[in-house]
Design a protein around this ligand. Structure first.
Ligand code: ADP
Ligand code: MG
Length: 319
């Protein structure tokens, strides 16, 4: 099967490749064409995933397709953007039709859940890797940035943290996956659900936001730096899932939540008066601390004593 037949068969024919919505022209021409409504801006983000670095090789191609798109689309959630579509630059060592069919099926499933459309890409031969570029739109001036946190704001997260990091020993084959807890954690690793609706609901309310990809402490440091403030995190208020606590134990679960990565949930700062509405509307908003004058991130225990910060999150060049 040649390059063009491969693109046609597995990608152009996928349900998520149909034009529609803001996609005026999809796969097949030299460029895709997007319509951005007046008063809105394009939000664009790129993520690369390399075999052996970002996912184990071999791994289940359906899960990989889901995860690749979820990880990329989560950046749109972090900006409060509405999804439009994505490109897929795929490098394959060889053509394996079963692998491609499963990968495309996983991609399609996540695209349906995120209202994303595949609008183009590139297909080349080499060691397995992929680069996805996602496109979204956001009303002018309403994108959620990292730089607006104000002293007095609440620090919040969009759900229980650490599950994906807890699943890592299973993903890497270092631990058995024979319990319901393990299965729940693995789902969170392989098919994270970008918090797109929450991000959009936070427009005009949150003063700063991002999606947690490198670990809570590391990502909160980004907000603290960009906003020139200090973020105080109350360790006891960091939400942990029952599955993670049962699987890893309380102490290790907390370490996964603070320092592990791959959560793809939102962290944001919210003026206190915006909290009741968000909560009464049923949004998953968990207050874990607040914003203070100062710099960096401070972690405190239940008695308000500072706790040393060990592992600061994942960094490709220092870890
Ligand atoms: P060009 O040589 O002009 O860059 P290509 O031959 O690489 O175009 O691609 C032909 C069409 O197929 C383009 O519309 C491109 O966006 C699309 N395409 C290529 N690879 C992929 C892929 N992996 N997924 C989706 N679309 C793809
Ligand atoms: Mg090309």
């Amino acid at each position: 099967m040649g390059e063009f037949e491969l693109i046609r068969h597995y990608f152009a024919a996928a349900a998520c490749a149909r034009a529609g919505g803001d996609v005026v022209l999809g796969i097949g021409d030299d460029c895709a064409l997007l319509a951005v409504p007046p008063g809105e801006q394009l939000a664009i983000s790129t993520d690369s995933l390399t075999a052996g670095v970002h996912f184990p090789d071999p791994c289940d191609p359906y899960s990989l397709g889901q995860r690749a798109l979820a990880v990329s689309t989560s950046d749109l959630a972090g900006m409060g953007a509405t999804p439009i579509g994505f490109t897929l630059a795929l490098t394959l060592p060889f053509v394996d039709s079963n692998w491609l069919a499963e990968f495309a099926r996983g991609l399609d499933a996540m695209a349906a859940g995120c209202d994303m459309r595949l609008i183009g890409g590139d297909t080349t031969r080499g060691p397995l890797s992929m680069t996805l570029t996602v496109f979204g739109r956001v009303p002018v001036g309403e994108a959620l940035l990292r730089s607006g946190a104000q002293p007095g704001d609440l620090l919040c997260v969009g759900g229980a943290l650490g599950d994906a990091a807890g699943a890592l020993p299973i993903v890497l084959g270092e631990r058995e996956a024979d319990t319901v807890e393990a299965a729940a954690l693995l789902r969170r690793y392989w098919s994270p659900q970008p918090q797109l609706a929450l991000g959009q609901a936070l427009r005009g309310k949150a003063t700063a936001a991002l999606d947690i990809s490198d670990g809570l402490l590391a990502d909160c440091t980004h907000i603290a730096t960009a906003s020139s403030v200090s973020l105080l995190i109350e360790q006891a208020r960091v939400p942990l899932s029952d599955s993670l606590v049962r699987f890893a134990g309380t102490e290790q679960a907390l370490q996964c939540a603070l320092g592990g990565g791959d959560d793809y949930l939102l962290a944001f700062t919210l003026p206190a008066d915006a909290l009741p509405t968000m909560q009464s509307e049923g949004w998953p908003v968990h207050v874990i601390g607040h914003v203070e004058v100062g710099e960096g991130v401070r972690l405190v225990d239940a008695d308000g004593r500072s706790v040393g910060i060990g592992h600061p999150g994942y960094n490709h060049f220092t870890n």
